[in-house]
Every structure is written in structure tokens, then in C-alpha cells.
Design a protein around this ligand. Structure first.
Ligand code: 16G
Length: 171
């Protein structure tokens, strides 16, 4: 991922290496982020329950072992004790269909309430969408969102598909 950042150029945003605007560091999730508010940030999206460091570590390594599958980016506030203030995940699901195709999913997009309005979410979603297309060879990419965010995601090319419905069952 580091090399992607270096090559990546955005028309509307500055991204030099993996430093954005001199204030934020954009990089893959690391184990240390447990102590810098990563789980609390996820709580702004949905419930997380109690997660001990050992549990976090176990899940982290489980994901890491699935090569080229979980790409979790975080944004660290370099001026505020490395606090994690944004995250987005790209999951690349391997398939047999579509000539051993890969399907991308954008998941768990969260920007801390206090950091909204700086286009940080846009940066992460744009970056991971391009990564899915250009580097992970996904044949399609999808996401689920609330009504009020449809406009936000449309700017990256996401839209309703006539031939598909989103069905869900909760346990
Ligand atoms: C949103 C998220 C999804 C997340 C879910 C959690 C995006 C684009 N979508 O739909 O990734 O997993 O919320 O809500 O970030 P839940 O706990 O009710 O499933």
C-alpha cells in the first residue's frame, strides 16, 4: 500500500507520500492503533462491544494472513498524540466466477465527528476505490449506506443497480 500512496495523485487533494496537508498520516492499520482510539472511532459507526487488546491482535493477524484481502487504512492526527480519526476498509473477496474474479467491498467508513468537512472520507474512499480497480483487479465494487449518504458515494461512481437488490438477515 505504501507504494500506492507514493504513486497516487489526486486532482483536488494534496497527498505527498502518505502525509496529507502536513497534519495527517494516512497508512495501513497497525496494532498500536488499539491504544490510539481505533475501536472508539468504529463505535461512531456501530456497536463494537468490548474488545481486549489480545482479541484485537488475534483478529488483526487473522486478517493479515488472508493475503490481498483486507486493506484497512487509517488517518492519524499527527498533532494530537497519533489519535486515529478516520478509517476505511477495502475487502477483496476472491471468487471462482468471472474467471477467478475478485469482488471489492468498501466497508466501515468512519471519520471522527470532530474532523468532518475536511474531505478526509472522500480521500479514503477515492483512494481505496482506485486501488480496487487498478491494483486489485476487482471486476466490481459495492457498499451499503444510509439514504443520506447516497449522494456522497455517487461522486465516486457508486449507484443503484437495477438488476440487484440488497437483502439482509440479522442474527
Ligand atoms: C454501514 C457501513 C458498513 C458497516 C455497517 C455497520 C459503509 C460504506 N457502510 O453500512 O461497512 O459494516 O454500516 O452497521 O461504511 P451494522 O453494525 O448495523 O451492520
Amino acid at each position: 500500500l505504501q507504494s500506492i500512496f507514493k504513486q497516487y495523485s489526486l486532482k483536488d487533494h494534496k497527498l505527498e507520500g502518505n502525509i496529507y496537508d502536513g497534519k495527517y498520516l494516512i497508512r495501513p492499520l497497525s496494532l498500536k492503533d488499539y491504544d490510539h482510539g481505533y475501536i472508539d472511532l468504529l463505535r461512531q459507526l456501530t456497536e463494537c462491544g468490548k474488545i481486549s487488546y489480545e482479541e484485537f491482535q488475534e483478529r488483526f493477524y487473522e486478517m493479515k494472513q488472508c493475503s490481498n484481502t483486507y486493506h484497512i487504512l487509517v488517518i492519524e492526527d499527527m498533532n494530537l498524540n497519533k489519535k486515529i480519526i478516520g478509517t476505511t476498509t477495502l475487502v477483496c473477496e476472491k471468487k471462482f466466477i468471472r474467471q477467478l474474479g475478485v469482488r471489492g467491498r468498501i466497508e466501515d467508513v468512519v471519520i471522527d465527528n470532530e474532523y468532518r468537512g475536511q474531505q478526509l472520507g472522500k480521500l479514503l474512499v477515492d483512494l481505496l476505490t482506485k486501488l480496487a480497480k487498478e491494483k486489485c483487479d476487482c471486476y466490481k465494487i459495492s457498499l451499503e449506506c444510509k439514504d443520506n449518504l447516497i449522494g456522497f458515494y455517487k461522486q465516486f461512481g457508486y449507484d443503484h443497480e437495477d438488476k440487484q437488490n440488497y437483502l439482509c438477515q440479522r442474527f
